[in-house]
Design a protein around this ligand. Structure first.
Ligand SMILES: [Zn+2]
Length: 475
């Protein structure tokens, strides 16, 4: 058994170790060795996202991991925001480099010099490319595997359009992709928020983000999309001739689903005291087969387990037959810890009757005829729906409202708290500073399609509120 989930920090460390997800002995702070049982799921999450991006007319591309300082410095706000948190390459072999290189913390300044060359006329637009890969950020706070690391697995999509309207429509499409992958497939609920102006991406006009809530009540940003306006287009001279021959700057967006953090949320939100619970959609093995031999019937059970395996093979369902010398009880514990959605038990009785005992990682067991193994994918979808509902119930029970400072103070560590707030433009920054200093919390922003206040007052300064914002402690 793991520590209780109410002690999230201990539970999380224990599950990472016991389920063999990472090895922390590599010895470079914030850089993880990710083991197969985690990385297979991470690859599956990548695949789901890549499929959605390609359905949305994005094409894959590969860009270098290094960015010359001269590119990196081109957009003034961008370098101001990032220069304190990047790794620099200053030497190669015995030589000092003429120009320093930055290990990409994000790739706007790698992509856009090329976009300036590739985009000439309106026929070149929209340009929608994505890269699946790694970025590096010199995180100075305490690191936590997958949650806060220095080597981050993610996807970044960089899009260029002829008009701002098209760019804003892409922001909506990005959020819809997050809905389809993160919420619908992986069962991770989130709020779609517009970040305050003081918390936007360096160089963006506006930042939109998906925030989920971890079991300890802290908010976790798992995807962002930025309306870059024409800031980078002007810095990098990305222009096109419209159909009447007039030259304009493009409008840009970029989108970054944080795969490391989505995986962290999946582990944290679905797991329990027995261990992981992987959604059927991404679990490396959908079902584990545990033979339960009885004295004198070993041969019969073994042969029947083989028949079950053949059947699963023919159905194309990833499975594993556990023929190790552990006891059946130990096998149950082991595969529950690993989070495999279903377990099939077969003994002499099942062999004789042509049935299997099917147990769900979410509880419950039933005996079904061998032929009904074909219902596993359907049962898998129901399994994922049940996981999603559990996570939604947790999530909504950690959303609070407050209409006064005292009420906010009382609720803020427990989840996300919705309060009336004067302004998420720069004129509200003073009120934010008070929240940050006195409550050690962040203003996460206003909901994308949320309601507007009707006469409520800012919980900090008492001025008329322009927004309802969500306040939370964060990762
Ligand atoms: Zn205020």
């Amino acid at each position: 058994m793991l520590p209780p989930r109410s002690n999230f920090s201990e539970w999380y460390s224990a599950v990472l170790k016991e389920a063999d997800l990472v090895d922390l002995r590599y010895g470079v702070k914030g850089f993880l060795v990710i083991k197969p049982w985690a990385f297979k799921v991470i690859k599956a999450i990548y695949a789901l996202y890549e499929k959605e991006l390609e359905r949305d007319d994005h094409a894959p591309v590969h860009f270098p991991a290094v960015i010359p300082e001269s590119y990196f410095a081109k957009e003034k706000e961008h370098i101001k925001g990032f220069e304190g948190e990047v790794f620099w390459i200053t030497h190669a072999g015995h030589n000092k480099l003429e120009e320093r290189l930055v290990l990409r913390p994000t790739s706007e300044t790698a992509f856009y010099p090329m976009y300036a060359l590739w985009i000439q006329g309106w026929r070149d637009l929209p340009l929608k490319l994505y890269q699946s890969g790694t970025v590096w950020r010199y995180e100075t706070k305490a690191t936590r595997p997958f949650l806060r690391v220095r080597e981050i697995l993610w996807i970044e999509a960089h899009d260029a359009f002829a008009t701002h309207e098209e760019a804003l429509a892409q922001v909506e499409r990005d959020m819809a992709m997050a809905e389809r992958v993160i919420r619908a497939k992986l069962g991770i609920p989130f709020l779609a928020l517009r970040r305050p102006q003081w918390d936007k991406f360096a160089g963006a006009e506006n930042t939109f983000a998906a925030d989920t809530i971890m079991p300890d009540g802290r908010a976790l940003q798992i995807a962002t999309t930025h309306d870059l306006g024409q800031h980078f287009a002007k810095a990098f001279s990305i222009t096109f001739k419209d159909s009447s021959g007039r030259e304009s700057h493009v409008w840009q967006t970029c989108y970054g689903p944080g795969i490391s953090r989505i995986y962290a949320a999946l582990v944290a939100l679905h797991g329990d005291e027995k261990g992981l619970i992987y959604p059927y959609a991404v679990s490396p093995i959908k079902v584990v087969v545990v033979p339960i031999p009885r004295k004198g019937k070993e041969g019969v059970v073994e042969a029947y387990a083989g028949k079950v395996a053949e059947r699963l093979e023919a159905l194309g369902i990833p499975f594993f037959v556990d023929t190790t010398d552990r006891t059946p009880g130990n096998k149950f514990f082991y595969w529950e810890l690993k989070g495999v959605p279903f377990r099939i038990e077969v003994g002499p009785r099942e062999a004789e009757e042509g049935t299997v005992v099917l147990a769900s990682r979410l509880g419950g067991k039933e005996t079904i005829p061998l032929e009904e193994l074909s219902t596993l994918p359907e049962r898998g979808r129901a399994f994922d729906a049940q996981l999603r509902e559990r996570a939604e119930a947790f999530f909504t029970s950690h959303l609070f409202e407050a209409s006064s400072w005292e009420e906010l103070e009382e609720k803020v560590g427990r989840g996300m708290v919705k309060v009336p707030f004067c302004s998420i433009d720069m004129d509200g920054v003073e009120c934010y500073h008070r929240i940050k200093e006195e409550l050690k919390a962040e203003v996460r922003g206003e909901e994308l399609r949320g309601e507007k206040p009707g006469g409520e007052r800012c919980v900090v300064c008492g001025k008329e509120a322009k927004h309802f914002v969500w306040v939370a402690k964060q990762y």
